[in-house]
Design a binder for this molecule. Structure first.
Ligand code: GDL
Length: 684
């Protein structure tokens, strides 16, 4: 992963010196004039050098920053946050950023003082000084401090960062003799992100010399709770939103298929307890700079042309708008392909799926107009088409593209419902497919990663992969549809955040590793267990992953190759087996205790497989030694543990209790082969 990009070396710095000195030698008689000219030239070049920022930066040497920033260098000064810290914060500064910084600094500092003006007097009295704010063109302490920690090499990227939505600068240095950090945002959200970066970069009470200039490449980055199955609890949503903020995601779409008031009973107003949950969600969003979008799914029984249905939809949206929601989506996925009421059938006569598209566009255009008048502060309306995947055209899509108001954003899942790959070519094609001639549609990807509602016996714990790095050029956003298990989805969501913030720099393996380390919160045993467990649940697309349980497979291969060639078998497999046995307990030490609960059925199965693997390894040792009694006892233990791993233990909303499947068949295959060895030696 490219953690920082060095600017090209200053190619003309040497040239300045040589040109000046040769001229001076050749024309001794006109020394004065030439000296002035040379000085002028040098001044011009140095100024150019400062303006263009072509100086080289020092490499950054602290903890890695995720999502990978656009620019990071080691320019500035290392700072100590463990003693006294003075926070200089203008009163107009974003509240969420202020409170995030205050909490963060109090975790490490001995004393924290907050003021609104730059410290004066004795330079050492203020300790480390941290400026936080949103850049104003009018100047003020923040701008003065930013100038004070100026880095010629980083000027260009800092200007870029502070000129882009959600951009920010985090710079270190010394200002008037005081060790100083400046956290400046292009806007309130950028200011909040500067604090999130500081959180990642702080190593205990120390901050390495660093200069970050950063901004997201993709506008909308987030999560859509859009799966079938138990909707998440309020606590879980709040934890997910907190984690999303740490990864600089900005959108949460509330669209659980099994919230009845959103889909099956969309016409009914929310009862008090359910509206309370949405209110809590909005509060978690505000605390975390995350826009909560609400999805109303009337498609199961709506009559598109009926005025009362339009009124009901508008009223439902208004009821949720009153809670502070400003983004709305109308998902029309997973509904029948026809029109359900006679009025629609006689009005929308394009025929078949084109008639459905015609009806939907008619309704959505009117709803959009109504909302624009009634609730003028809304973000552009979004919709999910009934044919929501594939970039190839169809009668439905071309009718929708033509009739649907150009300002309505379409959500799309890629070439498939669960898309193995999403390429920029296909996203570009989808823009035309869902647009009108000459007017490509704004597309937001509803990404069915790492959702497991179609395989509720599985966990999908891999990093997101195979999304083109330059998708940001064709899309307005990408949101991840996670698993029914919220806490278990956190690492995958973190990788999704990294991919959407800076696609070209995204490295799935490094990103997942960082997410696991973050979740383990410094507990080495818990991290080892989390990694071993994650390894067992990599196969997100069932039919696709070429390397099932890669780390376990490696240990298994190394074991067999030694065993079959008569060499001493390596300890790796037995050690992994013992670690797997401890997984359920060790996962309770993670920073998010909900993770262990979410995965309890799978971690129990993993532990049984650990016992089965350990017993099978013992059995093979006894086979090798010709010890029939020991082999027999180990075989019984292997079989018992294998059976225990496949009991029904995982409840589902609509499929009863299912067996939690883990290990991608690698354990079973090892056990089968080991039992064959036993049978070859002793029969049975
Ligand atoms: C779908 C559903 C989604 C579900 C997913 C995976 C869309 C637009 N709709 O088709 O709710 O979670 O498949 O099963 O993706």
């Amino acid at each position: 992963m490219r953690q920082y990009r060095r600017r090209p070396r200053l190619w003309f710095s040497g040239a300045v010196g040589s040109m000046g000195s040769s001229r001076l030698k050749a024309r001794r008689g006109r020394v004065g004039l030439l000296a002035v000219l040379a000085l002028l030239l040098a001044t011009v070049l140095v100024v150019g050098w400062l303006v263009t920022g072509r100086a080289s930066s020092a490499p950054y040497a602290g903890p890695a920053l995720y999502p990978a920033p656009q620019h990071i260098s080691g320019d500035g000064a290392a700072l100590d946050f463990s003693g006294k810290v003075t926070l200089v914060i203008d009163e107009s500064t974003d509240g969420a950023a202020r409170s995030a910084l205050d909490t963060l600094v109090r975790e490490v500092a001995r004393e924290v003082v907050t003021t609104s003006s730059a410290p004066q007097g004795d330079a050492s009295a203020a300790g480390t000084v941290v400026y936080l704010g949103t850049q104003h063109s009018g100047g003020g302490p923040l701008e003065d401090a930013l100038r004070g920690v100026r880095s010629a090499a980083d000027d260009g990227s800092r200007t870029a960062a502070l000129g882009r939505p959600e951009g920010y600068v985090l710079a270190t240095g010394t200002v008037s003799g005081r060790p100083t950090a400046v956290l400046a945002g292009a806007d309130p959200r950028g200011t909040f992100y500067a604090v999130q970066s500081l959180r990642r970069l702080l190593d205990g009470g120390r901050l390495a010399a660093v200069s970050v200039a950063d901004w997201p490449l993709l506008g909308t980055r987030g999560v859509i709770e859009g799966f079938y199955g138990f909707p998440w609890s309020t606590e879980a949503r709040s934890a997910v939103l907190d984690a999303m903020a740490r990864s600089k995601m900005n959108t949460f779409v509330y669209s659980p298929k099994d919230d009845p008031y959103l889909r099956a009973r969309w016409r009914d107003p929310y009862p008090d307890d359910a509206i309370g949950e949405i209110r809590d969600l909005v509060a978690a969003g505000q605390r975390n700079h995350i826009d909560v979008a609400y999805a109303l799914s009337p498609g199961l029984d709506i009559c598109y042309s009926r005025a009362s249905d339009l009124d009901t939809a508008a009223a439902k949206i208004a009821s949720v708008h009153a809670l502070g929601i400003r983004q709305f989506v109308i998902p029309l996925d997973d509904i029948g392909g026809g029109l359900t009421c006679p009025e629609d059938r006689s009005r929308f006569t394009a025929g078949g799926s084109a008639g459905l598209a015609q009806a939907q566009a008619w309704f959505l255009n009117r709803l959009r107009d109504r909302l624009e008048t009634d609730l003028p502060d809304l973000a552009p309306l979004q919709m999910v088409p009934t044919e929501y995947s594939g970039a190839e055209t169809s009668r439905y899509k071309s009718r929708l593209g033509r009739d649907l108001d150009a300002r309505i954003v379409v959500q799309w899942t890629g070439e498939e419902i669960v898309s193995h790959r999403i390429t920029s070519a296909s996203a570009g094609a989808a823009r035309s497919t869902y647009g009108a001639p000459g007017k490509p549609r704004s597309i937001l990807v509803w990404d069915n990663f790492p959702v497991n509602d179609f395989a509720q016996d599985r966990l999908f714990l891999s990093a997101v992969e195979e999304r083109d790095g330059d998708l940001y050029k064709s899309l307005v956003g990408m949101v991840s549809n996670p698993m029914i298990q919220p806490y278990a989805s956190l690492p995958g969501i973190a990788t999704y955040a990294d991919m959407t913030w800076n696609g070209p720099a995204y490295d799935p393996g490094a990103s997942l590793d960082a997410a696991l380390a973050d979740l383990a919160g410094g507990d080495a045993d818990a991290l080892a267990a989390l990694r071993a467990f994650t390894d067992l649940n990599q196969n997100w697309q069932l039919d696709y992953h070429p390397h099932p349980a890669p780390a376990l497979s490696q240990d298994v291969d190394a074991f067999w190759s030694a065993y079959r060639s008569g060499r001493t078998t390596p300890a790796g497999l037995a050690e992994r087996a013992r670690l797997l046995e401890r997984v359920p307990e060790l996962l309770t030490h993670l920073r998010q205790p909900g993770y262990a609960t979410d995965v309890a059925a799978w971690s129990a199965a993993a532990a049984h497989y650990g016992t089965a693997l350990a017993s099978a390894v013992r059995m093979l040792g006894a086979v090798h030694d010709g010890d029939a009694d020991a082999a027999d006892a180990a075989r019984s233990a292997t079989l018992a543990a294998r059976d225990a791993a496949v009991v029904r233990a995982q409840p589902t909303l609509d499929r009863g209790t299912v067996v939690a499947v883990t290990g991608d068949g690698v354990v079973q295959q090892f056990l089968d082969e080991a039992l064959k060895e036993y049978a070859n030696a002793f029969g049975g």
